[in-house]
Design a protein around this ligand. Structure first.
Ligand SMILES: Nc1ncnc2c1ncn2[C@@H]1O[C@H](COP(=O)(O)OP(=O)(O)O)[C@@H](O)[C@H]1O
Ligand SMILES: [Mg+2]
Length: 384
């Protein structure tokens, strides 16, 4: 998107991007908002795909994700229509299945189909794909790129993993390339693999120490499995490195919008500030911040009407035979809801002031219940 055509609302922003990445600290609603953005796409004529990471079980069921389908399952328009959602496009949803994503990755990059099978059966590979730090993040981005390249969708929304370090995935490709670096193979593995175990036995103590550390880190795999893996992967390194830079290009390019999901709590806002600072350092332009689960004043009443409304409420409850204690409780609950809404509104204003005017802001209210069905997702879309 050009500077001149800067978006003025969240939907404006989404309209002009093909890839949307929802980031944010744990539990703020990334998965929910990602699903709602995908639904917005389908309601607005897009062929949208939501790639989720860890949907709550009932949300997954609503999206038709009982079985793992990384390539995406189409959500039956009939089911959407039954929830009052008249889509003019199409909605697909997929859930990241780490194991098949890694296996697909190996099949794409291994020099031959036979080499791929050998790698897949390799114990070190199996361990690496499960425990490599940033493994889920790497595969999420890899899958995003693969789906983007397929050209099948107008809008792809990526949910991001619930890691403690919410932006690790941006560095994961780089970390993987470093880990698989060609030099590692040359220096460490190849001489011993080609010369066999006798060379290994006479290798210097420090090299042996290094290998034992690798073995510890990878759950006690034998050296031969490690060298087999690296040797088979060596030919794939160039391809992986090139792809890594294309992936980074997509993430930082004009087609992609990062939406930072946050909430109105003090702690969450602190985390969000930290995340937006890190994004800036990583060179990822933050395009929108969405404050989720905001408490709004009951009936949207403006504060000048609160006392008027309260006396009306008192009379109404009394006239309907509600006893004094229950009346007092209800009135207190109402006052507390108003107070919370006002506090959050102030926090929101202060937070948004600090964002600068290039970032689009949006808010979604707390729906008062978990969001696990298409109809409630539809209600969220109406707030965008
Ligand atoms: N606007 C909302 N109103 C009410 N509940 C919400 C809202 N957004 C998310 N939730 C609920 O909050 C919980 C965490 O949401 P989720 O999308 O799984 O967060 P994350 O993916 O960031 O961990 C879920 O139970 C979800 O239904
Ligand atoms: Mg999630």
């Amino acid at each position: 998107m050009s500077e001149a055509a800067r978006a003025s609302s969240l939907t404006d922003l989404i309209s002009s991007h093909r890839v949307v990445v929802c980031v944010g600290s744990g539990g703020v609603g990334k998965t929910t908002i990602a699903a709602a953005l995908g639904l917005w796409g389908a309601l607005n004529g897009r062929r949208s795909m939501v790639l989720t990471i860890d949907p709550a079980r009932r949300l997954a069921q609503s999206l038709g994700l009982e079985t793992l389908a990384a390539d995406g399952e189409r959500i039956d328009p009939q089911r959407l229509a039954e929830c009052g959602l008249a889509v003019t496009g199409d909605m697909f949803a997929g859930m990241l299945d780490q194991k098949s994503a890694w296996d697909g990755f190996i099949r794409r990059y291994a020099p031959t189909p036979e080499a791929a099978e050998t790698i897949l059966a390799n114990g070190f590979y199996q361990q690496l794909s499960r425990s490599f730090a940033g493994s889920t993040e790497y595969m999420a981005i890899e899958e995003l790129y693969r789906i983007h390249e397929s050209g099948r969708y107008d809008l792809i929304v990526l949910d991001t993993p619930p890691t403690a370090y919410a932006l690790d995935f941006l560095e994961a490709p780089e970390r993987l390339s470093r880990f698989l670096d060609r030099a590692t193979v040359r220096w460490f593995v190849r001489p011993y693999a080609t010369l066999g175990w006798s060379a290994w036995k006479t290798a210097s103590r420090s090299v042996r120490y290094l290998f034992s550390r690798i073995e510890d880190a990878t759950g006690g795999q034998t050296l031969s499995q490690i060298s087999e893996f690296f040797i088979l992967m060596e030919e794939a390194f160039d391809g992986i490195a090139q792809r890594s830079s294309r992936v980074q290009g997509l993430l930082k390019g004009p087609d992609t919008a990062f939406v930072l999901v946050t909430g109105p709590d003090e702690q969450v806002l602190d985390d969000t500030e930290y995340l937006s600072g890190r994004m800036e350092k990583l060179g990822v332009p933050l395009k929108a911040v969405l404050m989720n689960r905001l408490h709004v004043e009951p009936q949207g009443s403006d504060s000048s009407h609160v006392s008027e409304y309260l006396s009306w409420l008192q009379h109404y409850l009394e006239a309907h035979g509600v006893d004094a204690r229950a009346r007092a409780w209800l009135v207190d609950a109402y006052k507390e809801a108003c107070r919370l809404a006002r506090v959050e509104a102030v926090r929101r204003d202060a937070f948004e002031l600090g964002l600068g005017d290039t970032v689009v802001t949006a808010a979604v209210p707390d729906m008062g219940r978990d969001v696990h069905d298409l109809a409630t997702l539809g209600e969220i879309v109406e707030r965008f």
